[in-house]
Structures are given as structure tokens and as C-alpha cells.
Design a protein around this ligand. Structure first.
Ligand code: ADP
Ligand code: GLC
Length: 482
């Protein structure tokens, strides 16, 4: 029997993306299809999404979706996989970011925007839209997790089972108690095991209480979130619902991330033609105004935030240069960090190149041209840039946390001798530990044969969706047979 899944999220590649969430939501339909799962994706009707719809058809209308009209339009995510779009101009038709205005301030009504998305998803999952039936409602992060809450309180008898996936517990969708009446939930939902969260409303919290299963995007992060440092206030709930928490690691989409066919590269290559890779390195040097050098060329492709340890990287830049390294950094985020990296580039012309902004093709070129990618995250639910690095022979240097711990094999002596090393890990996200890790990369790089062995081993590692696709499919089946 084919399982019909409604996957609901606030972003999905290739239509709208601010981070890894989009990559994963965009990859799930193809990842799950081989396992007898048909995924339909539901997205908000942002202008960028509506613009891609060719001959949209209105499948359903709400006169009053949390206070106003809305329509459900049909389309495709990537030319192939089915897409539903919630058109509600009062909520989604605005200039600016997906979550913020042009100045980077959160929209005041984010609770309303994403509660409405969630409400629409729950209606679909409860069979309220004629001609559409779903067995599973799969909601991602706080912007969609409230769909599980609405489904829990939905009056119908037969409804889909719900799965909530945590991509990042730092973003919880926490709002003032005053929004509760406008959410359209029964009074009983205002409870400690409902949506009440430290005196306010918790959209993620409510979803996690309601979900039939909770997943997160790596086994290590699934264990870490039981601790206060990673649970960020939700560790008690996670512990109480512990039996329903599963860690399923993300894969990468081979149609988008494959150095053998990647059009964003100056030269395409495989593990057997690593000799072609330096053409990409030269293209990176030119793009970032870097002088050629004997030491490794590091890259960073990241949100510039505390989570990603970017302040710690800032402290290590002078030592990186002193050890003979160079750095090409692509990112955007906290203004203070952007400023600090610009200053570092001024201090080290030809050695440090910084591009503040978001540039998808350039991120591919960096993975295909830099020698190593630095990822000193304080926490990392999964992390995708280390996976792209592995696939592209760009050796990951990572903090040992979350998905970074699960996907990179540290090049210690035993791993090098056994030929299984794929990168470098370090323990504490602090300047001394990161500097030591950079130093280890510089020394390993000096031994070109060993370096190439580590590159090749990473390129051979299997980060396809095959295993994880099967795990999601069997989780759905378990829920449906329960
Ligand atoms: P997170 O979702 O926490 O930001 P991930 O590693 O899971 O971290 O995913 C980040 C995604 O965003 C990757 O696809 C990465 O290549 C991309 N990315 C991050 N910053 C940039 C940028 N400045 N330009 C282009 N792509 C970026
Ligand atoms: C979040 C996490 C990141 C993860 C991504 C996709 O943005 O920060 O670690 O890879 O979601 O699951």
C-alpha cells in the first residue's frame, strides 16, 4: 500500500530557502518515493512560490482561516513532485524575508502566519479537503509543528497520524499568551500538556505534545536534546515523550549535490579524477581575491551566528593565517560578525576573502574548490555543509556535536592507518581547540598522499537518502499499524 504523506514546512528547495531545512524538505519526496511513500508538500504562498505556479488550480477555499480568507492552490515543487500552496495575501504576500522584514526584524504576526499554515495542514490531514486523503501529516520545525496540535484537537474521528521533525530546537515559536484566543483552539488546549509554555504559547511545544512521533535529524542530537544545554527548555517534555523520539540522519540530494555533474563548478570531477579539482580552487581564489599558496584553502559557508561558532572562528583567523592557511568565507547573519570578518579580510589581503551574502552557485564552487570546510558549531542538529564537503572532497573540520559527530570520522592515527578517516573533529568550541584542529588540518594537508586518501574516503561515503528514506517509511508504517 502506498502511504500518502503531507509534508508541511515554511521553506523547500528549490523554491524558497534560508538554510538546511529547505534542502531536506525539498529532498524528501524523491527520498521516500522508492519506499512506497507519496509525498505532497504544503508551503506558504510567498510571492516567490506563487510566481512558480503555472496554471494554478484552486483545490479548496477557506472563508475564515484564522480570521480571513485563504485558498489552496496546486503546483509542483520541482516539476515532478506535487505541491500545495496556501494563498493568503494578508499573511504571506510581502517584500522582505520569509520570517523577517527587509531590516531583519521578525514579522510581528509570525504566530498568525504559521498557525494559519498549520491549521490548513491539519484540515487536509483530517480529510476536510475533498479529493485529498493523507495517512501521515509530517510537520517540520516550529513554523509547521502546530499542525499536529490542530490535528489533535480536530473533532473528526478518522485522521492522519502526525510526525513532527525538529530541525533546530533553538527556534521554538514562543509567543505571548494573548494570542491564544485567536488560535481557534478549544479552551482545554491551554494546559501544561497542551500549548501553554512558560506562561505563553509554544508552537513547537504544542506540536511536540501532540505528535504521534517526534524525529530529529541525527542520532546524536536525538540524545543531546534530553540535556538542558541542548533541550533549551524543552528537555523535560522530550524526556517525558522519550519513547517517541527518533534520530534519523539527513541525506543529500544527488540531483543537486554531485561533483561529477555540477554545473556551478569550473571543472567537474569524481574521486578518480581529483586532478581536475584544482581548476575549481583557482576559480575560488579569483572570486575571493586570494593569492595562491602552499597551505590549505579553508572555506566557511554558513549563517554567521553563535550557533555556528562564528565568534570563535573570528578569534582564530590570525593563527590560521600564521599557520599558512587561507580562508574564503561566504555567509551572512549577525551584523557584528559580518563586520569582524570584513575587518579580518582587510587585515590579511590575499589570505582572507569574505563574501557577505547568500549565493547558492558560489557555495557549490567553494565545496568543489576549497581544501577543507570549517564547521565549529556549538550545536548542530544535523548539518549539511559537512555532507556536501565530504561529497566534494572538501575535508570537513568539525566540532564533535550532533550530526557533525555522526557523519565525520576523525583522522586520528588509528583511523588514518585503517584508511577510514574522512575529516577532523575537535571537542570544545573554543579558540584553543579550533586552532589545534586547524593546525592538524595544515599538517595533514602537507602529506598530500594521506590528504587525498581522506578526500577519497569521504567521497565514497554513502550519504544518500537510501537508509534514512527507509527509516522514515518504516516509522510511518509503524504509526499506521499501531
Ligand atoms: P543550517 O540549516 O543550520 O543553516 P545546514 O548545514 O543544515 O545549516 O544547512 C545550511 C544550508 O544553507 C546548506 O545548503 C548551505 O550550503 C546553505 N548556506 C548557508 N549559508 C549560505 C550562503 N551564504 N550562501 C549559500 N548557501 C548557504
Ligand atoms: C537546521 C539545523 C541543521 C540541519 C538542518 C536540516 O537548520 O540547524 O543542523 O542540518 O536544519 O535538518
Amino acid at each position: 500500500m502506498t502511504i500518502a504523506v503531507l509534508s508541511v514546512a515554511s521553506e523547500a528547495y528549490p523554491l524558497v530557502k534560508t538554510g538546511g531545512l529547505a534542502d531536506v524538505v525539498g529532498a524528501l519526496p524523491a527520498a521516500l518515493a522508492p519506499h512506497g511513500v507519496a509525498v505532497t508538500t504544503l508551503l506558504p504562498g510567498y510571492p516567490a512560490v506563487l510566481a512558480t505556479l503555472r496554471k494554478p488550480r484552486a483545490l479548496h477555499r477557506w472563508n475564515d482561516l484564522l480570521g480571513g480568507p485563504a485558498r489552496l492552490l496546486t503546483g509542483t515543487l520541482d516539476g515532478t513532485h506535487p505541491l500545495l500552496v496556501l494563498e493568503a495575501p494578508r499573511l504571506f504576500a510581502r517584500e522582505g524575508g520569509l520570517y523577517t522584514d527587509a531590516l531583519g526584524r521578525d514579522w510581528d504576526d509570525n504566530w498568525h502566519r504559521f498557525a494559519a499554515l498549520s491549521r490548513a495542514a491539519a484540515d487536509l490531514a483530517a480529510g476536510a479537503v475533498r479529493g485529498r486523503h493523507f495517512d501521515i501529516l509530517h510537520a517540520h520545525d516550529w513554523q509547521a509543528s502546530f499542525a499536529a496540535t490542530y490535528l489533535r484537537y480536530h473533532p473528526v474521528e478518522t485522521k492522519a497520524k502526525s510526525v513532527v521533525t525538529i530541525h533546530n530546537l533553538a527556534f521554538q515559536g514562543r509567543f505571548d499568551a494573548s494570542v491564544f484566543p485567536a488560535l481557534g483552539l478549544p479552551g482545554e488546549a491551554w494546559a501544561i500538556d497542551g500549548v501553554e509554555y512558560y506562561g505563553g504559547v509554544g508552537l513547537l511545544k504544542g506540536g511536540l505534545e501532540a505528535a504521534d512521533a517526534i524525529t530529529t535529524v541525527s542520532p546524536t542530537y536525538a540524545r543531546e536534546i534530553f540535556e538542558p544545554a541542548f533541550g533549551m527548555g524543552l528537555e523535560g517534555l522530550i524526556a517525558a515523550r522519550g519513547g517517541r523520539v527518533h534520530g534519523i540522519v539527513n541525506g543529500i540530494d544527488p540531483a543537486v549535490w554531485n561533483p561529477a555533474v555540477d554545473r556551478a563548478l569550473a571543472a567537474r570531477f569524481t574521486e578518480r579524477s581529483l586532478g581536475r579539482r584544482p581548476a575549481n580552487k583557482r576559480a575560488v581564489e579569483i572570486a575571493f581575491g586570494l593569492e595562491p599558496g602552499d597551505g590549505p584553502l579553508f572555506t566557511v559557508i554558513s549563517r554567521l551566528t553563535w550557533q555556528k561558532g562564528m565568534d570563535v572562528l573570528g578569534e582564530c583567523i590570525d593563527s590560521l593565517v600564521a599557520m599558512g592557511g587561507r580562508l574564503a568565507l561566504l555567509g551572512s547573519g549577525d551584523a557584528a560578525l559580518e563586520h569582524a570578518f570584513r575587518l579580518a579580510a582587510d587585515r590579511h589581503p590575499g589570505r582572507i576573502g569574505v563574501r557577505i551574502g547568500y549565493d547558492e552557485p558560489l557555495s557549490h564552487l567553494l565545496q568543489g574548490g576549497a581544501d577543507a570546510i570549517l564547521i565549529p558549531s556549538r550545536f548542530e542538529p544535523c548539518g549539511l555543509t559537512q555532507l556536501y564537503g565530504l561529497a566534494y572532497g572538501c575535508v570537513p573540520v568539525v566540532a564533535r556535536t550532533g550530526g557533525l559527530a555522526d557523519t565525520v570520522i576523525d583522522a586520528n592515527t588509528a583511523a588514518l592507518d585503517a584508511g577510514v578517516a574522512t575529516g577532523i573533529q575537535f571537542n570544545h568550541v573554543a579558540a584553543d581547540a579550533l586552532t589545534t584542529a586547524i593546525g592538524r588540518a595544515v599538517s595533514l594537508y602537507a602529506d598530500r598522499e594521506r590528504w587525498a586518501m581522506v578526500q577519497r574516503r569521504g567521497m565514497r561515503a554513502d550519504f544518500s537518502w537510501a537508509k534514512s528514506g527507509r527509516r522514515y517509511a518504516s516509522l510511518y508504517r509503524e504509526l499506521l499499524s499501531a
